[in-house]
Design a protein around this ligand. Structure first.
Ligand SMILES: *[C@@H]1O[C@H](CO)[C@@H](O)[C@H](O)[C@H]1NC(C)=O
Ligand SMILES: *[C@@H]1O[C@H](CO)[C@@H](O)[C@H](O)[C@H]1NC(C)=O
Length: 243
């Protein structure tokens, strides 16, 4: 059977040890810290650490999503804590809080992270010559962003759908904007990105490099050419027939 363990139990346990040792000596102490720590410019870890006498005994790490003990006794406790869904859920909530606080703190600091942007075609079946392009912006901060599709420099209003700004599980965001279109030769499709990290809008052009895309354009072009030839043939035929 699993004992109903939680962090307070551990704290109580340490407190018990603390009181006992404090009675004998006089300079022992225990403390518990919760930390939101940046691990890179793009990531964040939440840690809850229990120290006894300035030595780290037990730690929850949000990257691992579990507790780790650093002495034999603490390893056993960590093992029990890892089995307690309630404790793990509690720690997960704290990790989410961490993200919210970062958002809150960064609101006061001018901290801007430029999105990295990519345009990719989405494979679709049974939709004739219709294509779907997605313009994705990753890892930006703050949340506010605007993606606009341009066709030959003109804003596309219809046939565009967009996701919300999605959380990246750390403190950065991502967003995706979809454009439905029929490929035609010589057409220029551009994704325009406006964000606080950019002095002016940034433009990303779609280069139809994939075979499928080029094939569709080639088919479109040959259909046009074929139509034109029929037209010319018809015209000649008509001219010959007319008196
Ligand atoms: C948390 O876990 C990750 C993944 O194993 C590790 O890289 C990182 O060093 C840990 N952080 C601390 C403070 O132990
Ligand atoms: C809990 O974490 C410890 C590491 O301190 C590990 O040995 C153990 O397997 C983990 N238990 C579970 C259920 O994940």
């Amino acid at each position: 059977t699993i004992r109903p363990l939680n962090l307070y139990f551990v704290l109580e346990l340490l407190l018990g040890v603390f009181i006992q040792t404090a009675l004998r000596h006089s300079a022992f102490y225990c403390h518990d810290v919760k930390k939101c720590q940046f691990t890179s410019s793009h990531d964040l870890v939440y840690l809850e650490q229990i120290y006894f006498n300035k030595v780290l005994m037990l730690q929850y790490n949000s990257t691992l999503e579990k507790f780790e003990g650093y002495t034999k006794k603490m390893m056993e406790i960590a093992d029990d804590l890892n089995k307690s869904k309630r404790t793990l859920d509690y720690e997960k909530k704290c990790a989410e809080q961490c993200q919210i606080y970062v958002d809150f703190t960064l609101d006061f600091l001018p901290h801007l992270v430029e999105p990295s942007v990519r345009i990719t075609p989405v494979e679709r079946q049974g939709n004739g010559h219709q294509m779907l392009l997605v313009c994705s912006a990753y890892d930006f901060y703050p949340k506010q962003i605007k993606l606009t599709w341009l066709r030959n420099g003109e804003k596309v209003v219809n046939d565009v759908t967009s996701t919300e700004e999605l959380s990246n599980r750390n403190w950065l965001y991502q967003i995706h904007s979809y454009l439905e279109y029929t490929p035609s030769p010589g057409e220029e499709l551009t994704c325009m990105v406006e964000h606080a990290s950019l002095k002016e809008p940034k433009y990303y052009n779609w280069e139809p490099t994939s075979g499928a895309e080029r094939n569709k354009i080639a088919v479109g072009t040959s259909v046009l050419l074929f139509g034109f030839l029929i037209f010319v043939a018809g015209l000649l035929f008509y001219k010959r027939k007319s008196p």
